[in-house]
Design a protein. Structure first.
Length: 289
DNA sequence: AGAGGTACCTGGCAGC
DNA sequence: TGCTGCCAGGTACCTC
């Protein structure tokens, strides 16, 4: 990430563009649910239907009059359940949701408003439009987008044993392996870099050539880094009402991500930055083998 | 089947 | 100053 040679620029960038990783999605769920649960949708306004996929045609009619039962999360998908179907929301790379208590004129990237009988509005904003807003009438777990997903990282199913078994015979780099949503969901680029550093595993190592013991460390670190972020998102829950709808981010100090060329916090060695699958990987050649 | 690459999209920086 | 090129990233999908 050479563009951010100056740390303050990097910080400014991430204040502006908080990539919703799993902790941010969960924090968003917790932030909005109390305001929308049991409310009835009175009106839906779609200003920009061109997201990752087109917003489901007829979404406005489908949602009007529906009462929201609960908001669940599967991987980075938010599932807004009503009596007759489920609204599936993905925040993509730059999406956010917030609750408006007062009417506010829509800004450039405010693509969708969901008005509630309380007078509140749930507003979806997404500058890069990598997000999604889909209406499903079938069981969301059976939808192609959700059907093939691996276990939640914080579920006990995700363990060293699971990763070890799943990786046998695989030559793919471990970093790509843990970012594959068929293996485990919710491990984005930032947390993949961090978890590999914390467990001392070289990001390019073949997934099939890592011992059970090391996978136990990796599973533990994935859980730890995500759980800590969710915890902090919860305690710093800021401004889902009226404000920018973005959870506090990066409360925990990043060990490697965004620090290519800087000294390793553990050993002082200069951190290496490479690209894997068009994504930035940062690691310590000394600490990670 | 597995591995790797591509596309989608915008804002902001570097460099000319 | 203004333009162009590049880059960040999640994830489905394409190709080999």
């Amino acid at each position: 990430m050479q563009a951010f040679s100056d740390p303050s620029l990097f910080a400014a960038f991430y204040q502006e563009f908080q990539v919703p990783e799993l902790p941010e999605v969960e924090t968003t769920r917790r932030g909005i649910e109390p305001h929308i649960r049991h409310r009835t949708i009175t009106r839906v306004i779609v200003r920009q239907p061109r997201l990752r996929w087109p917003v489901t045609p007829g979404l406005e009619q489908a949602l009007a009059g529906q009462q929201i039962r609960q908001v669940r999360r599967r991987a980075k998908y938010l599932l807004v359940e009503t009596g007759s179907g489920t609204l599936v929301i993905h925040l993509g790379m730059s999406g956010s949701l917030r609750i408006l208590k007062q009417p506010q004129p829509p800004q450039k990237h405010d693509h969708i408003d969901i008005q509630l009988d309380s007078g509140d509005v749930l507003r979806y904003t997404d500058p890069r439009r990598f997000g999604a807003m889909l209406w499903l009438t079938e069981d969301p777990a059976e939808h192609p987008l959700l059907r093939e997903l691996g276990p939640e990282p914080l579920d006990e199913v995700l363990s060293g044993d699971y990763l070890f078994e799943k990786s046998r015979g695989r030559s793919i780099a471990i970093k790509s392996f843990i970012m594959d949503s068929h293996v485990v969901v919710g491990v984005g680029n930032i947390y993949a870099n961090e978890a590999l550093f914390l467990s001392g595993i070289h990001p390019q190592r073949a997934a099939g050539r890592i011992s059970l013991q090391r996978y136990q460390a990796l599973a533990e670190q994935i859980k730890r880094v995500l759980a800590r972020s969710i915890e902090q998102g919860g305690t710093t829950l800021r401004d889902f009402v009226g404000g920018d709808g973005k959870p506090g981010y990066f409360q925990q100090t990043l060990q490697v991500y965004g620090r290519g060329g800087k000294p390793c916090r553990a050993c002082g060695e200069t951190l290496k930055e490479i690209r894997q699958g068009q994504r930035s990987t940062v690691y310590c050649g000394q600490c990670q083998r």
